[in-house]
Structures are given as structure tokens and as C-alpha cells.
Design a protein around this ligand. Structure first.
Ligand SMILES: [Zn+2]
Length: 120
């Protein structure tokens, strides 16, 4: 991959990393607040319906957070691969990953053929 293109993807990944870090911070804070509401002695906390709703919301939020953490990890790995000069190369078959695929998933480790079987 030529340096200008590599730089383009590096910038893309860094922007995405910043966005995710902010989202993770915000969602962690929301989750913390939800937990505080649940354990706090607010009047509505003994309403079963509210509790059920709160715990469903918490579960969903926790799921979102988990997904964001996983994505952040993938992005950081991709940034490491850029430094190591292995970015854009399929980790399974060693062939270059299609540009079109990298544009959609800049942190992917597999070409589209391997991605289908490796789940990445
Ligand atoms: Zn491959």
C-alpha cells in the first residue's frame, strides 16, 4: 500500500478511535448513573416495573459498551499493524485486503474471502 493511502487509513482509524473513546466514556457514565439509581433510595426504586425497565436499559447499555470496547481493541490493533507495516494484509491467507473492504471496515484483519469464513 502506498504511504499516502496508508496515512489516509491511519487518520481514519484515529478519528474512529477518538469517537469511540468519547462514546465509551459517555456510556460508562450513563451506566454508572443507572446503577446508582438502582441501588439508591429513590422513591421509585421499589416500583417493580421501573426496576425491570431500568435493568433492561442497563443490559442494553452494557451490550453497547461491550461492542464499543471490542471495536476499540480492533482499531488499536489495526494502528499497531500500520506501525509494523502489516496493515492491509490478510492475516489468514497473506494476500492484500481489498481497498473497497478496507473503506467499509478499516480495522478488518481479513480479506473478504477469509472474512466470510473467519467471521472478521
Ligand atoms: Zn485472506
Amino acid at each position: 500500500m502506498d504511504p499516502a493511502e496508508l496515512e489516509h487509513f491511519r487518520r481514519l482509524l484515529q478519528e474512529e478511535r477518538e469517537r469511540l473513546l468519547k462514546a465509551i466514556a459517555a456510556h460508562s457514565e450513563e451506566l454508572k448513573k443507572m446503577t446508582a439509581d438502582e441501588t439508591g433510595d429513590k422513591v421509585y426504586s421499589d416500583h417493580m416495573a421501573d426496576m425491570a425497565l431500568l435493568s433492561r436499559m442497563k443490559e442494553r447499555k452494557a451490550g453497547v459498551l461491550q461492542k464499543e470496547w471490542r471495536e476499540l481493541k480492533e482499531i488499536e490493533d489495526a494502528l499497531t499493524r500500520i506501525k509494523q507495516g502489516t496493515y492491509g494484509i490478510c492475516q489468514r491467507c497473506g494476500n492484500p485486503i481489498e481497498r473497497e473492504r478496507l473503506k467499509i471496515i478499516p480495522y478488518t484483519r481479513f480479506c473478504s474471502a477469509c472474512g466470510r469464513t473467519a467471521g472478521g
